[in-house]
Design a protein around this ligand. Sequence first.
Ligand code: KIV
Ligand code: ZN
Length: 515
Amino acid sequence: MATDKLIIFDTTMRDGEQSPGASMTRDEKLRIARQLERMKVDVIEAGFPASSNGDFEAVRAIANVVKDSTVAGLCRANDKDIQRGIDALKGAKSWRIHTFIATSALHMDKKLRMTPEQVLEQAILAVRYAKNACPDVEFSPEDGSRSDPDFLCRVLEAVIRQGATTINIPDTVGYAVPEQFGEMIRRLRERVPNSDQAMWSVHCHNDLGMAVANSLAAVRIGGARQIECTVNGLGERAGNTSLEEVVMAVRTRRDFFGLETRIDTTQIVPASRLVSQITGFVVQPNKAVVGANAFAHASGIHQDGVLKARETYEIMTAEDVGWSTNKIVLGKLSGRTAFRQRLKELGIELENEEGYNKAFQRFKDLADKKAEIFDEDLQALVAQEAGTTGEEEWGLVSMSQGSSTADKPHAAILMRHNGSEVKAEGKGDGPVDATFKAIESVARSGAELLLFSVNAVTQGTESQGEVTVRLARGGRIVNGVGADTDIIVASAKAYISALNKLASKMERLNPQHQP
Ligand code: KIV
Ligand code: ZN
């Protein structure tokens, strides 16, 4: 098979963000966009501009800074949404309008309450409107894998005639199986008379754990040449196709796929860590490519084999995907220049001088507690920085807590609330419980704690603990993340960060839910 190019379309900041609790601020999205650009993703779907003013601003900011990737925005198939997309994206060097409408009988009838003819008409009008402003238009028939192929062919032929340059077939509910899905794409390309005038793409969800397999079958059997995916497979329900898995599958099995991507694979692990730190979605240790154990050879037989010849048990190297193998980078005596240089090497850019000064101060505080500072520590430290502008409703000033086998644990916390200081105390079943009760005694959020998880940032007992707290209130779910060498302090930071997210008005529409 001749070598060919596979386009990687990342939707971490749109479909990934639709996952409950994964919502990101404008600044967080900007940091992720820069990392995706550094990783050489072809298309970055930056958001759904009509969902909220916040998302519109985030998409616009990304469109204005990204130069080496196309920036896309999702729009429902109506003029208002598409115009919002055009307004957010038009400053970009290269931009794409991605418009969609459901085409399965179930979605048209029950969700849209439209006839197939109305859907066809709306798809045509939407692509025509988008094409007037933007040469690069992608069309997706939502729930495509469960749509009637005859109707799908009519819609796709019509939108290509209107100028759609990419046709993306979604497996919206993760229902497809690889061979069948690959065949479906092949048949569609065969049957749609003008199919050669568009790039064919797939967008799979992982409800049955087959998103990556389905995407690769669509490429191999169906001839698709764009895969839509997310970092860490983040996404609604069981998530989307995982970017790192498709990229490394195509690269490691070049003999089979005969395809090339533009991705700089050494940026995969930094991207994975960044997305995990920002969203609070922890990566499972045995996750392919980016899990902590993905390259750990624990069993004696494997270790022996790897030492004799790496290829006995390793099909790719940890370095290929950007594992930095716990490098000690800085210590207590490191100065501002060394600190800044290492951030630069890690691809971390802060917004302004004040950001660097604050991050450096936090680094010095950390170096007082921890002799060796690793790359992972710096990444956690900078991730924290984003949530500490001082403008949030709540902040942690200081805290102490005590626990013994004889008495109930107790926590005393000094918090900042809209600029003034407030004291809080609480007792609980454990030190974390006491800390959260103390915070709640003054915050009175009434939120329900859905998740509390702790991860070590590096190895050893000196490691920083990274805590994720997930809170729910009134149907809204948010994640807060905190890191510190003291896991109780990290827990307090994570809880406070979640409270601040609950307080912020980040209400967004989900593009696929009918109002
Ligand atoms: O899953 C889906 O169908 C989507 C479309 C909007 C592309 O995310
Ligand atoms: Zn989707």
